[in-house]
Design a protein. Structure first.
Length: 207
């Protein structure tokens, strides 16, 4: 069985070059091929769309890489500076263990929370094909996350997680109809759910 070879390149770099060439050459050869000026402009628009999309994605990828590098540098530098300052604070004559616990700059400070009143902070954001849930765990074991459709009355347990973020891959009842999902979570310490529920966060997913 013979297979025809596609004239259109598959790699994005080559496709961008091909589209740029086609855009130029349809302008010079289009009339001879019987195309009207409007038809030529339409074809050139297709080429422009390809070129713009590839270039925009490449720029975004480069920006994301730069942002990740900047984040890594900022975290390393500023956490080092804050650690040094925390060390100085603990040598201050006015320093007390209560202050250290309140500022969470002593070992186990975050574990000294009130197990009855502690309330976690939960955030939810729709990403590419899933919902990303983020939270601050501190010295807790993890978080128990619950969810429900907005139209439902009761939350159901989703998952116990020990690190942030957690990605919830929702399967829509109808792929063409968006759904509103609500989430909340509780802190878990030593395998026990404690404290108060987080505020409910809501997202519209899919559609």
């Amino acid at each position: 069985m013979s297979h025809s070879i596609d004239f259109m390149p598959h790699s994005e770099g080559d496709l961008e070059t091909w589209a740029s060439n086609f855009k130029t050459k349809i302008g010079t050869n289009g009339a001879a091929l019987g195309y009207t000026a409007a038809q030529i402009a339409t074809l050139q628009g297709y080429c422009t769309n390809i070129i713009t999309a590839i270039q925009t994605a490449a720029a975004a990828k480069a920006a994301a890489k730069s942002a990740m590098a900047a984040k890594k540098t900022a975290k390393k530098l500023n956490t080092s500076l804050l650690r040094a300052e925390a060390k100085r604070i603990k040598t201050n004559t006015a320093f007390t263990s209560s202050i250290g616990s309140d500022m969470a700059i002593v070992t186990g400070a975050n574990a000294a929370f009130n197990a009855t009143s502690i309330k976690p902070l939960l955030k939810a954001k729709v990403m590419g094909g899933f919902v990303r849930l983020t939270f601050v765990k501190g010295d807790a074991t993890g978080m128990r996350i619950y969810r429900k459709l907005k139209t439902n009355t009761n939350f159901t347990f989703l998952v116990m997680v020990t690190k942030s973020p957690y990605d919830d891959h929702i399967v829509l009842a109808n792929p063409t109809v968006p759904e509103t999902w609500e989430y909340m979570c509780y802190v878990v310490v030593n395998d026990q759910q404690v404290g108060q529920p987080s505020d409910i966060v809501s997202v519209v997913f899919g559609g």
